[in-house]
Design a protein around this ligand. Structure first.
Ligand code: HEC
Length: 247
């Protein structure tokens, strides 16, 4: 891949951080890889996650109709917890991808992404009681299709993925589903330069073949830098959102 041959490896490498990059370089690479800074870099001590890791996975509110009205809400504690989950998901996935590309190139990293992304989402979901996912209108993993609540909110995210340089759009909303009131946090995932090798317009044939093998229905190519690639979606069932005051 041409981009992998560029000299500024720390900053320009698609998914990987070379061991020779120091800690500062690694951090810079992480930030540049994703093309943005965390929504709230100053989050240090997130509130403890609950319920415990043995809790069952929250069910995706699939039966929410297309008319589900989502209202913006102000809930600093839940915003903080949601941001922390999105940051963790992003950080862990980036690390896994970086390692995979360094070891096996983009072609090998496709399989790693396929295994690790859903596994990280599931673990974070079990640990938090929220349903942690990535959703995208033009999705690669069929499970990443947006539900009605996300679909209703997507246009603003698509029109303006970044609300300021390095600051992805985010929103916390409340809506009522069949099992009660939910909170949903969305955060934009913009397409960075390093994503184009697997999501762009000119994909190496070998990478394309690897994607096609695992994702025959793939719709997640043809993106340009700056496009909204998808969103982190953190869905809190009412009981998990406010465990001390269940509704
Ligand atoms: C090595 C190839 C590769 C690279 C590089 C890559 N992705 Fe992906 N991406 C994938 C694969 C494979 C999936 C499907 C994962 C799954 O099965 O859940 C995916 C899925 C996604 C999804 C979930 C929605 C969907 O379409 O299934 C988002 C969002 C996403 N990628 C964003 C990005 C961003 C942003 C970057 C750059 C920082 C990036 N990807 C870089 C391979 C890649």
């Amino acid at each position: 891949m041409a981009i992998l041959e560029q000299p500024l490896m720390c900053a320009r490498e698609r998914c990987g951080l070379r061991p020779r990059c120091g800690a500062a370089g690694a951090l810079l690479g992480v930030l540049l890889l994703f093309g943005w800074l965390p929504a709230q870099a100053e989050v240090i001590e997130p509130p403890p996650l609950s319920p415990p890791a043995s809790a069952p996975l929250a069910a995706r509110p699939e039966s929410v109709g297309s008319s589900a009205a989502a209202e913006p809400v102000t809930d600093p504690a839940m915003l903080e917890r949601s941001r922390h989950l999105a940051d963790t998901f992003m950080g862990e996935l980036q690390a896994a991808l970086g390692e995979a590309v360094a070891k096996a190139g983009l072609v090998g990293a496709v399989a790693v992404c396929r295994e690790r992304a859903p596994a990280i989402a599931e673990r974070l979901s079990r640990a938090s009681g929220a349903l942690v996912s990535r959703q995208a209108r033009r999705n690669r993993n069929p499970d990443a299709a947006p539900d009605a609540v996300t679909l209703g909110l997507l246009p603003a995210f698509e029109a303006e993925p970044l609300v300021a340089p390095g600051r992805p759009r985010e929103q916390l909303v409340a809506y009522t589903g069949p099992t009660g009131r939910h909170l949903r946090y969305l955060r934009a995932i913009p397409t960075g330069p390093m994503c184009l090798g697997c999501h762009g317009t000119q994909i190496d044939p070998a990478v394309q073949a690897a994607i096609g093998t695992h994702y025959p229905q793939d719709r997640a190519t043809g993106f340009a830098e700056g496009d909204l690639r998808g969103v982190f979606a953190i869905d809190w069932p009412a009981v998990a959102a406010h465990p001390e005051q269940p509704e």
